[in-house]
Design a protein around this ligand. Sequence first.
Ligand SMILES: Cc1ncc(COP(=O)(O)O)c(C=O)c1O
Length: 374
Amino acid sequence: MKIEPFGVEQWMNRWETLAVNNIAETCVDSLLLYELLEMSGRKEEVMVDLLGTRMTYGDIKGSERLRGLIGELYEDRDPERVLIMNGGSAANFLALFTIVGPGDRVISVWPTYQQLTSIPKAFGAKVDILQLRPENFWLPDTDELEKMAESGVDLICLNNPNNPTGSLMDRETLERIAVIARKHGAWVLCDEAYRGLVHEPGVSVSSMADIYEKGVSTGSMSKVFSLAGLRSGWMTGPREFIEEAFSRRDYTTISCGPLVDALATVALENRDKITERNLKIIRESVGLLGEWIDSEPLFHWVKPTAGTTAFVGYDLDIPSDEFCVDLLGTTGTFLLPGSCFGIDKRLRFGYAYGTDALKRGLESLSGWVRERES
Ligand SMILES: Cc1ncc(COP(=O)(O)O)c(C=O)c1O
């Protein structure tokens, strides 16, 4: 079985450690473990519990408490519909491993997290791209999807909010996609790693798992909860699907371990505090990036409405990968080139990894552009 290299992850692995000003990172400013425990108000107690943990495999499916807390993020709050995984990436992999077989037809939005297209291809599926375009605010054209689906579809892959564009599908759009999927008996997998990170107060993000009876949603502790180091995430979907995925998980994961389970539980118990912190960070940061774009005539964007990333276009005569390597080498400012998504003359900004780094990064980027233009 062959699989394409993961463009974004390979770029990050190769260059990220050289970054002085990292404005490509997609997490909301990651928490120190200490900060998480302080936030809980039960630091000593949690430490004593952690130190007294017997290092067994723990609850194989994930503890009832953790699955219950994750269930609360969805409408029917059923812990039996939740399966804990080592990160959203592992959840996506397991969902695709459960759904996709050779000869299946998959339709996926693009640009998006590359797992959603490359894994189905590796499993022998035919993958067709539903292109997201800036002129449509990076949102899927559901009429186009309907036409594409006419020749049959087994799985539709979505990502909401979207990485890299920061676009957000509303409930109506998700419902419309569910109608199309239902007509063909297709599954819908929606990667919701950034769910909840919305820029406009009062706007919420609906979950595909709440909308469609064959909807599977994946989630993560990495972005919304600033805990990528935990390597914790989950999937939710119909009960029979979760049972099937659980049975396949015996071959990949066995369990996610009691320490991760305990810390993810502490984070979800303090969900309101983390959310308040993180919404403040993303809203302030996207404001700073917006001011910068307004002041730089060679850069343009469709302003993101959710998540932590923006897919910014530029009018300079240099390919995006050369742009990013030169910028990093001369200034220490780290960006991700659109070429990682096969789309040139664009850069993915990850703006929520700390406002100081963002300010410094944008300032040095302006200096680099002035230097190049002179
Ligand atoms: C859309 C999306 N899904 C999933 C992941 C994987 O996240 P993790 O495995 O850290 O939960 C990422 C990470 O960048 C992402 O952007």
